[in-house]
Design a protein around this ligand. Sequence first.
Ligand code: PEP
Length: 254
Amino acid sequence: MASRKPLIAGNWKMHGRRADLAALRAVADAVGPAAAAAVDILFCPPVTLVAEAAAAVKGLPILVGAQDCAEFSDDGPYTGEVSAPMLKDAGASHVIVGHSERRAGRAESDTQVRIKAETAALSGLAPIVCVGETLDTRLSGAAGEWVGRQLAGSLPHVAPIGLTIAYEPIWCVGTDRIPTTREIEAMHAQIRGALSARFGAASERVRVLYGGSVSAKNAAEILAIEGVDGVLVGRASLNAADFAAIIKAHPAIR
Ligand code: PEP
């Protein structure tokens, strides 16, 4: 099995002011250089803070990403949109696309997510493509089919450098619910199979994260599950001590 460097990513969503960027150094100090060498650590603050965050992490083992990008890469009359080349210029290395809060709240389709991922990759950003089923779908036994369909429609045609998948069951995002170990393991195995079928050997470098109510309390258990290459963390990434504890819970560090 290929060894992929784990990724622990924080999604601040619509939280954060400039003063909150002190958390980035606090996390780097709390985890120490050995931990930072063993895992990639990524913060995705709101777009207003990306450039300042990128400046603040200079010399620190921390990456900065964005939470979304426009489908269009050329500048143009798209009020309110921020393009992937703009994010790259601001210092981002990654961008989340297809988060469930955008798929549901903004009715983003799989095709739009795929175009965003491709635009990001062409701009030199590593796309983090989110997929995940609703509770009804999980209860009806169709979660695998749902996620398979999302992957088929949302993945770029070739595996770009840094492509990451985040499996985020919608019923676990912001709810304090998490799937069972078996459910996470089974879905990650299915996603790995789909990646292999789509990208062949190149799929080995694609990381598959779990996301949804990861906390300092449950991180060790989740990060030890077969096939989990890291986590995408919402609420707990807003607290430097909690986020540092999640990073330190990775088996590569403990
Ligand atoms: C998320 O927003 O991607 C997320 C997983 O949120 P939370 O950790 O708060 O459930």
